[in-house]
Design a protein around this ligand. Structure first.
Ligand SMILES: Nc1ncnc2c1ncn2[C@@H]1O[C@H](COP(=O)(O)OP(=O)(O)OP(=O)(O)O)[C@@H](O)[C@H]1O
Ligand SMILES: [Mg+2]
Ligand SMILES: [Zn+2]
Length: 258
């Protein structure tokens, strides 16, 4: 990218403003914009979510979704004076959890907050694990420390990983660290939890003859201790049961192409 010299400040980063007959210097917008872009890059939001924002999120005609949007806009406005400090998005697949988590992160970055970082849960665990492998090129503890120290952490798709003692210990220590320090953590998960009103009964496909089974729930996938802390450190955002937007969009497109 060629360095274009800013027309307002000529590249100095300061602009002169006149007020009440006095002149003073103020930070030029180009500096603020560049800073915002740098913060956004450092947040490492994956490309397929990079455009997700409040502006392109539809309420889908749902009062419940409007209510969620109102809550989130309040959260962003009050941040960092929010109690609890984090958000936990739960709900079915395709209901917009990741979209909204990214929208919140981006809004906070626009407001000037530093240290935002997006982590996919599965990817985080893999990176932490490969830190133990001398051949991986990953420096030990790097991803782990990033997740601990991020000023604002988005942890996407929590629980989407095979549970082992190691996984449970690792997620518990990340959550506990952030819990103790009251660090804002924004989590999404589609793992059901009976305590947010989810049914744990898996319905077999009709006619399959299969028996009802119990779904894996959050306590099973991340352990009781991590879950307990999450519930205290996050405001729970239960997504309304309005169906998978990915599917809905496909169906509408197909109908309108007739
Ligand atoms: N209300 C909405 N308005 C506009 N786009 C939406 C809305 N809900 C979802 N989407 C879009 O649908 C896709 C799926 O949404 P998203 O990834 O946020 O779902 P999710 O709840 O995180 O699902 P999963 O549990 O599978 O991760 C994305 O492309 C997202 O931008
Ligand atoms: Mg998601
Ligand atoms: Zn400028």
């Amino acid at each position: 990218m060629a360095d274009e010299v800013c027309a307002v400040c000529g590249g100095s980063g300061w602009k002169i403003i006149e007020k009440d007959g006095l002149s003073g210097a103020q930070r030029c917008e180009c500096v603020l914009k560049e800073r915002g872009q740098a913060l956004l890059r450092r947040a490492r939001i994956p490309t397929n979510y990079a455009n997700d924002s409040f502006e392109n999120f539809s309420n889908r005609g749902s009062d419940d979704l409007n209510h969620v949007l109102l809550t989130l806009s309040g959260y962003c406005k009050e941040f960092p004076n929010v109690d609890p400090p984090g958000l936990l998005f739960t709900g079915e697949t395709g209901t917009g959890k990741t979209h909204l988590a990214v929208a919140v992160l981006k809004r906070l970055i626009e407001h000037g907050f530093e240290g935002g970082l997006f982590f996919d849960y599965q990817n985080l665990l893999e990176r932490i694990r490969s830190g133990y492998d001398p051949l991986s090129g990953e420096s030990p503890r790097e991803a782990y420390e990033e997740a601990l120290e991020a000023k604002i952490l988005v942890l996407d798709d929590l629980g989407a990983h095979r549970v082992t003692d190691w996984v449970e210990d690792t997620v518990t220590s990340v959550i506990t660290y952030r819990y103790n320090a009251r660090m804002p953590t924004i989590v999404t998960t589609n793992v059901p939890d009976a305590d947010v009103g989810d049914s744990l009964i898996e319905r077999p496909a009709s006619g399959s003859g299969a028996h009802h089974r119990l779904k894996r729930s959050l306590p099973e996938m991340i352990g009781l201790r991590a879950r307990s802390r999450l519930f205290e450190m996050c405001r729970i955002i239960r997504m309304p049961r309005i169906g998978d937007y990915r599917v809905e969009k496909k169906v509408i497109r197909r109908e309108s192409s007739h």
